[in-house]
Design a protein around this ligand. Structure first.
Ligand SMILES: *Cc1c(COP(=O)(O)O)cnc(C)c1O
Length: 394
């Protein structure tokens, strides 16, 4: 495969003004990715700061209730700041330091990536600015406060639908204005090369751990690995070390919103077409003229009109499956997992749980499924209460 490509997808579709910055990241990444000292530092922060390795928990009651295969939960929700995002942030921030940068910028949807970036910036003593759609600053007000508390400046974006895609656009724009001292900590496996590959490598710690943990617990590989897909970073992290193991089904769960037969959806593989946006070729939700379509999901973290190019490729070669999950199904799963296992998942992760609830009963008792719980659901409680018609004050 040629540089930066996943089949026909990926690439570097960026303005000339950004080329230097992106090339600098590419050079630094390839210089340090196999450097023993860099990796020692990375592992130390993963362990001591983020709390890795995250647990692989056998969900006994969930298994029994669904009455099919054995179900394990990969507990990325237990990481510091409450999601998988910190795996990528720690990696990119270490790299930014080595590139001599003193300021980082980042986009955020639900606020999880913004909080993770502001957190690590505080720990490393770097300046931090976060770009967030105004709509999302309202949906996730608590995370805005957290970022400010951590010392970051938060910019509310009014353009477009005032959600995640507009925040990404604005952060790229800001980067072109100031590249000398600034690194853009992109939050998912998207954007121009080398971001899809670099973010995947930092997140692949998830499947590296799952593999070791499941072999220790069960003496064999899982039959299926499920994860929710926004840009696709937690999913590719959970899939990566199983891609060569053809017996392991890899299932990405997309946010269908109100359904893939409506316009209020964010299910990119299921409703999108090949296009070019945010520096990459991949699948995007778009209108008949190729304009990026406004997307919708109850989950601010999955509310993105594209998908990372490696997922687009895994879909094309049929190595991974991408299934739609509606708001309703995700909310049910959010409540179900809370009740059955005492684990409140992020509404994003609940999309994977929802599909597991359909799939597990159809699998054999000896089979094993792993669900990646990408984050915890505390941030979503007020929104889900509202969805159920109950108003609570945070
Ligand atoms: C951001 C986020 C996602 C979606 O991003 P991916 O890059 O697709 O992983 C999913 N779950 C949680 C908890 C998140 O914070």
């Amino acid at each position: 495969m040629s540089k930066g490509r996943f089949g026909i997808h990926g690439g570097q579709y960026i303005p000339e003004t950004l080329m230097n910055a992106v090339t600098e990241v590419e050079k630094a990444y390839f210089k340090y990715k196999d450097d023993p000292e860099f990796n020692r530092e990375l592992t130390k922060l993963y362990n001591d700061y983020a709390g890795r390795p995250s647990r692989l928990y056998y969900a006994k009651r969930l298994t029994k209730e669904l009455g099919g295969c054995k179900i394990y939960l990969k507990r990325e929700d237990l990481n510091h700041t409450g999601s998988h995002k910190i795996n990528n942030v720690i990696g990119q921030m270490l790299l930014a330091k080595r590139m001599g940068k003193t300021r980082v910028i980042a986009e955020t949807g639900a606020g999880q990536h913004g909080v993770a970036t502001a957190t690590v910036a505080a720990m490393m003593g770097m300046e931090c600015e976060i770009f967030m759609g105004r709509e999302d600053t309202v949906r996730q007000a608590l995370n805005v406060y957290r970022m400010k508390l951590l010392g970051a400046k938060v910019h509310a974006i009014d353009s477009g639908t005032a959600t995640l895609k507009d925040a990404v656009t604005e952060t790229f724009r800001e980067w072109t204005k100031r590249i000398d001292d600034t690194h853009y900590v992109l939050g998912s496996v998207m954007g121009p090369y080398p971001f899809p590959q670099m973010v995947r490598d930092f997140q692949s710690v998830i499947s590296r751990e799952i593999k070791m943990q499941i072999l220790e617990a069960e003496g064999k590989l899982p039959d299926a690995v499920l994860a929710c897909v926004g840009g696709g970073s937690n999913a590719i992290g959970a899939f990566y070390h199983f891609i060569e193991d053809k017996g392991v089904r890899l299932i990405g769960c997309e946010a269908a919103g109100r359904g893939i037969d409506t316009f209020e959806t964010a299910a990119t593989v299921n409703t999108g077409r090949v296009g070019i946006f945010h520096g990459m070729k991949s699948y995007f939700c778009q209108d008949n003229y190729g304009q990026i379509a406004p997307v919708y999901s109850i989950s601010a973290g999955l509310d993105y009109p594209g998908i990372g190019p490696e997922h687009a490729y895994l879909h094309d070669i049929k190595r991974a499956e991408y299934v739609p999950v509606t708001d309703d199904e995700a909310v049910n799963a959010f409540e179900y997992l809370s009740r059955i296992e005492g684990i409140i998942p992020a509404i994003e992760s609940a999309h994977a749980v929802a599909h597991a609830m359909k799939l597990a009963p159809a699998m054999d008792k000896e089979q094993i499924m792993v669900i990646n719980i990408s984050g915890r659901g505390d941030k979503d409680c007020a929104a889900i209460a509202r969805y159920r018609g109950e108003d609570i004050y945070e």
